[in-house]
Design a protein around this ligand. Sequence first.
Ligand SMILES: NC(=O)c1ccc[n+]([C@@H]2O[C@H](COP(=O)([O-])OP(=O)(O)OC[C@H]3O[C@@H](n4cnc5c(N)ncnc54)[C@H](OP(=O)(O)O)[C@@H]3O)[C@@H](O)[C@H]2O)c1
Length: 303
Amino acid sequence: MLKVLISGGTGLVGKHLSEKLRKKGYAVAVLSRTSKKDVDIPTYSWDIEKKEIDQEAIETADCIIHLAGASIAEKRWTAKRKQLIIDSRVKSGQLIFDKVKENKNQLKVFISASAIGYYGAITSNKIFTETDPPANDFLGETCKQWEGIIDKFEELGIRTVKIRTGVVLSEQGGALEKMTKPIKIGIGSALGSGKQYIPWIHIDDLCGIYIKAIEDSQMRGAYNAVAPDHKSNIGFIRILARVLKKPIWLPSVPSMVLKILFGSMSAIILKGSRVSSEKIKAAGYNFLFPDLERALIDLCRKN
Ligand SMILES: NC(=O)c1ccc[n+]([C@@H]2O[C@H](COP(=O)([O-])OP(=O)(O)OC[C@H]3O[C@@H](n4cnc5c(N)ncnc54)[C@H](OP(=O)(O)O)[C@@H]3O)[C@@H](O)[C@H]2O)c1
C-alpha cells in the first residue's frame, strides 16, 4: 500500500484529497503544526521555525504532497503577512527537502501545490500556459520561490509535479462560500469591472489531478489545474445566481471600495487572466466538471 504524506493536509484541499486517497486504498498521513489526536488519519507534527519534523513521517512516505501555507486571502497583505505567505510555503518546503535528503528514503514522488498567481494579477485575454514566465508581482514572486524549492527535489532524482491551482470550488468553504453568501441574501453583484477572469476548478477535479500525478509516472513539472471553461467575474456571478435561483440587480462593487477594504490583496479579486488546461488534458486527465454551471449545480445541491 503506497503511503502518502500530506503537509497542510488539515486544510480544504487536504481533507478532501485524504478522503479520496483513502477510498482508493492509499495509506494517508498528514503533517500539521498541531497534533490532532481526535482524527482518524495519522497526524505527524512539525515545527517549521525550529526545523523539526517527526522523523517517521518522512521515513515512511512513498509520496509527499506539499499543500501547507498561510492563506493568501484571509488577511490584508501587510509586509509581515506577505513574508508569512512566502515562508510558510518556502521554508516548509525547504525543511521537507532537507529531511528527505538526510534520510535518503525511498520517496518516489514529490507533488506540490502552486497557484495560477504565478502568471500575475492582470486582466487580459491572453491564455497563459505552463511555459509562460512568472509575473513580477507579489504572487508571481511567491510562486517563483515556492516552485524553486519544489524543483530541488528533482536534484535528488525524485519525480516532481507542481500543480498551479486556480480558485478551488468546494461545498465546504473557500471562495465559493464567500461568493454565495451575498447572492443568497439578495445583495450579490460583480466586482470591479466584472471583466476579470476567474480561473476555477471543482475540488473533485483538483483531487483527481493530484491522484493522477501520483499514479502517472509520465507527469513531471508544472501543470495548470483549472477547468477549460473560461469565465469572467460577471459571467461567474450570473451563473451562480441562476443556480441559486436568486436575482442579480445591484450594480457592481466599485474597484475603489474593494481597494480600500482589502488593500493590495484586492488584486486577486479585481484582476484575472485566462489560464490554459490543455497540458493536463493532453496528459490524459478528463475533467469531471469542465463546465461551470454543472460544477456549481453539483456543489450547491450538497449544501
Ligand atoms: N483553495 C484554493 O482556492 C487554492 C487556490 C490556489 C492555490 N491553493 C494552494 O493549495 C494549498 C492548499 O490549499 P487549501 O485551500 O487547502 O489551504 P488551507 O485550507 O488554508 O490549508 C492549508 C494548510 O496549511 C497549513 N498552514 C496554514 N498556515 C500555515 C503556516 N503559517 N505555516 C505552515 N503551515 C500552515 C494548515 O495546516 P495546519 O494548521 O494543520 O498546520 C492548513 O490546514 C495552499 O498552498 C494554497 O495556497 C489553494
